[in-house]
Design a protein around this ligand. Sequence first.
Ligand code: PEP
Ligand code: MN
Length: 351
Amino acid sequence: MIVTITPKAPESTQTTVLAAAVSAGLAARTLDDGHGGILIGIDGSLPSDVLTLPGVGAVHVSHKPYMLASREGRPHAPSVVKVGNVRIGAGRPVMMAGPCAVEGRAGLLATAHAVKAAGADILRGGAFKPRTSPYAFQGLGEDGLKHLAEARAETGLPIVTEVMEPDQVELVAAYADMLQIGSRNMANFPLLRRAGASGKPVLLKRGFSATVEEWLMSAEYLLASGNPNVVLCERGIRSFDPALRFTLDLNAVPLAKELTHLPVVVDPSHGTGKRSLVKHMAMAGLAAGADGLIIEVHPEPERAKCDAAQTITPEDLAAITRAGRSLHDALLNLESVDDVNAENPVEMLSA
Ligand code: PEP
Ligand code: MN
């Protein structure tokens, strides 16, 4: 059951609802509803006398299994996630860019300056790498995190970097502005719980064999662990067709935005696995309504130690950023038509 508590409700209402859940043996978790009220997700149903207390707003008895992530609880307040001073989900598309893996200090600093000049808002780079082969470069570990922190100090760009194990969360969170949970770890529930408790914003990549509902349930783990700052990332799924490394599922972008209040970004690098396709799918991701992009960039893409085939140059990133901003402006017209239709049908008719 999802129960919303209105902003002007007496404090006792929320306490009584939560106490009623406890005495019924039901778990209850709360989330800010974005309008000064509170959304409560309860694993079951409460008696009706509690639900008529002053200040109880909407009550949803039938709903999606992801109660806190669900759009139902915050229908008019999409979440905005702050990473350093960058706001994801606030309208302007956010560009995250950098190498697949941090390969060394000098190279990372050069790449960080280059992506900043190309319009990036956030620097990406893996220090702990989930590689398919145990013989492939596994990342620089804590040294990589130190290089990322130095790159942030030099450029002012906040950093997003992957955490792979529950016991690494504190270490990575000590350096990162945003924790990335990779595709292969989307359903690592102990990791989700620890990342949820870390207090850092989390970029949750979709498992490449995960359904949209499973992805949103993983987001629910983070929210239920007390972390409201979750950004979803569509990064491609496995299809029957081996033509490309993955198939970027762009249906999932507007769908996820209908189902949840969380921001959604698109990764056209992993989503294609092919450098020449990245710019096209970057634009397609924005056209599908993404709140931003995450793109692998290296000054010499062919020489990248990891994911070279899908890595682009800073010059290509600059072109994507420029075109992406114009595309976003063009799309605003489309969105305003949708909003007016949905929220104000009568005015539309009389206009
Ligand atoms: C990455 O971002 O470099 C990465 C490993 O991504 P994914 O988890 O989507 O494969
Ligand atoms: Mn990669």
